[in-house]
Design a protein around this ligand. Structure first.
Ligand SMILES: [Zn+2]
Length: 245
């Protein structure tokens, strides 16, 4: 298992096709980041739910998931389940977001998510944010599309439980769904924790990653002095992130 630090994070972007996607997929990571870096700027975009009860839930929820952050949330009114038919509007919103901030990290759905709205937004994001670290979060669902993940964010003590509490507290409109419960959220976090030697974790897909191995530290000016075993780690192993440290 490789540990990678992303360096100081001052600005992040988080997007979701639906209200609650960001919180379910990356709520623990958002909590960890915002608690570690007070004042961090979070530009969030949600494509559907604008003007409805769901937007009110999302506004309150993301404020709770981003304590102390400079949170700027936009909730659009696109129709749930109809992203392909509203492609141009979604694309315009993503491009507007791209023009508004220069993030150190982007949290988005996975490009292989089984839900077409999630998948479509993921494709738009990886096109608009080409030179950024884009982590694709996962959302448990009936389709059974969870798989082997590449990157893990271990959650500090209490964060996974706090995430589960906030999800129950803020999204009253979703509580009737059979999969929307504390057991499901903590169960997945526990499994991802097992996979990265932590109690709880969130896992992310990484489509592309540029490494800066050997670009800092005293050894860079004298590579010939390196002894055996100092070559860079293999990149085929799962990555554990130290985001926010
Ligand atoms: Zn969704």
């Amino acid at each position: 298992m490789i540990r990678l630090g992303a360096g100081p994070l001052d600005r992040i972007v988080a997007v979701g096709a639906h209200c609650d996607d960001i919180a379910i997929g990356a709520g623990g990571t958002l909590l960890s980041l915002c608690l570690a870096r007070p004042g961090i700027r979070v530009d969030a975009l949600v494509l559907t739910g604008g003007g409805s009860e769901r937007e009110q839930e999302e506004q309150a929820a993301l404020a709770a998931f981003c304590p102390g952050a400079d949170l700027r949330l936009t909730v659009l009114k696109l129709t749930d389940g109809r992203l392909p038919a509203q492609w141009e509007e979604a694309k315009g919103a993503v491009e507007e977001l791209r023009g508004r901030t220069e993030p150190d990290l982007v949290l988005a759905p996975r490009t292989d998510d089984a839900h077409q709205d999630h998948r479509g937004l993921a494709q738009l994001m990886s096109t608009a944010f080409r030179d950024h670290l884009v982590l694709g979060y996962e959302i448990v669902k009936w389709d059974g599309d969870l798989g082997r993940m590449a990157a893990y964010q271990p959650l500090p003590p209490g964060i996974a439980e706090r995430k589960a509490d906030l999800l129950q507290q803020h999204y009253a409109s979703q509580r009737h769904r059979p999969w929307y419960d504390r057991e499901a959220f903590l169960g997945l976090a526990r499994i991802r924790g097992i996979e990265c030697h932590a109690r709880y974790a969130e896992a992310f897909a990484v489509t592309k990653l540029t490494l800066g191995l050997g670009t800092s530290g005293p050894a860079t000016s004298a590579p010939a002095a390196s002894g055996p075993g100092t070559s860079g780690p293999g990149t085929s192993e799962p990555v554990t992130s130290d985001l926010g440290e």
